[in-house]
Design a protein around this ligand. Structure first.
Ligand SMILES: NC(=O)c1ccc[n+]([C@@H]2O[C@H](COP(=O)([O-])OP(=O)(O)OC[C@H]3O[C@@H](n4cnc5c(N)ncnc54)[C@H](OP(=O)(O)O)[C@@H]3O)[C@@H](O)[C@H]2O)c1
Length: 330
């Protein structure tokens, strides 16, 4: 008999209210996969974009939202290596995290860092995979460089500030309120810029220009980012919350030898994500276990309150990560 589980589904494209509790068959592990009994599920802005009909899941992924979770390994598929039944993990998911059970490649699971609970661990994968691959991989951030991240108080931003600082960069961050700017400074930014009151271009230029910018805003930030870069500076685009179409004078790319790039994590191959997981295990998980880097926790909601969690995220009043309690606490 098919075993069923509680989950949250997107009933139609729309606002937070389209997220509704449902019952679905429990997933089985495919080749190289494990099934996790979910304790906590992280909430990310891409979940809200998917819910609004603006970010379709890859064809092979679950239609249920949820890109990261923590919990216990309860089933192991053929060819899955490195994990045993009962292991506590956090994992990057192809989708399906807003549910009691989820299947994901074993190679996308990481241990719960020493000193962190499952609640905090659930909030690591999506932002740490994204920041690591874009800031240090694609963007090539090096110690001593000036790094600017927009949306510094977001899940992505709070992770980017801490990792850039931990690896020796000078960190600048923008955010939309004095409280959010204070949070950025607490996390290690040397300068937090309230974009409602100050112009980040002038501030970065005065500091010598940004060697690397991580941007999720786009829109009119695109030409302004190019102006804020130093010679040979790099701009990495991970979203376009402010729009993807804008008029830009690209002569700056040529005359100042700039690089503009970007990526999305979800459609990348399992192998590419496994490589990022391995890098994180070696370079970043020791920092989490040592407590020198930690997830910034905003509010917790029950799984059935996923709509409220999305409404909080879209209010942009949060600082750091929002998380859903699915199974056990801890
Ligand atoms: N490319 C990838 O692989 C990838 C992976 C994960 C996430 N992302 C993207 O990265 C961004 C951050 O994700 P997250 O989960 O950390 O989200 P989040 O916590 O909700 O952060 C978004 C933040 O952006 C700021 N913001 C600036 N301009 C905005 C605008 N026009 N509309 C809405 N917010 C604006 C808001 O803070 P202020 O008050 O400062 O404005 C808000 O807190 C999202 O756009 C997400 O889609 C991309």
């Amino acid at each position: 008999m098919t075993q069923m589980m509680r989950a949250i589904e997107i009933t139609e494209a729309g606002g937070p209210e389209v997220l509704k509790p449902t019952r679905r068959p429990r997933p089985e592990p495919g080749h190289g996969q494990v099934v996790i009994k979910v304790a906590w599920a992280g909430v990310n802005r891409p979940d809200a974009l998917q819910r609004a009909g603006l970010y379709a899941p890859p064809p092979t992924a679950s239609d249920l939202p949820g890109l990261e979770a923590s919990g216990e390994v309860v089933a192991i598929g053929p060819g899955a290596q490195g994990l045993a039944l009962g292991d506590l993990v956090c994992a990057l998911l192809p989708g399906g995290g807003y549910a009691e059970y989820v299947a994901t490649p074993a190679a996308h699971c990481l241990p719960v860092p020493d000193g962190l609970g499952l609640r905090e661990a659930a909030c690591l994968p999506e932002t740490f995979f994204t920041v690591w691959s874009n800031v240090f991989g694609r963007g090539g951030l090096k110690a001593g460089e000036r790094f600017l991240v927009h949306g510094g108080s977001s899940g992505i931003g709070t992770t980017a500030i801490q990792l850039a600082k931990a690896f020796g960069a000078r960190v600048f961050a923008t955010a939309g309120s004095a409280e959010k700017c204070a949070a950025c400074l607490d996390l290690g930014a040397e300068r937090a810029i309230n974009y409602r009151e100050e112009d980040f271009v002038g501030i970065l230029k005065e500091a010598g220009g940004a060697d690397l910018i991580l941007d999720m805003v786009g829109g009119d930030y695109i030409p302004r980012n190019l102006k804020a870069l130093s010679e040979e500076g790099r701009l990495v685009q991970i979203a376009f919350l402010g729009g993807a179409k804008v008029e830009v004078n690209f002569a700056m790319l040529m005359t100042r030898r700039l690089t503009m790039t970007g990526s999305t994590l979800r459609p990348q191959s399992d192998l590419a994500k496994a490589r990022i997981a391995q890098d994180l295990r070696e370079a970043v998980w020791p920092l989490l276990s040592a407590g020198s880097v930690a997830p910034v926790m905003d509010q917790t909601f029950d799984l059935d309150e996923a709509a409220k969690a999305h409404a909080r995220m879209e209010s942009s009043n949060h600082i750091g990560k929002i998380v859903l309690k699915v199974g056990q606490t801890g």
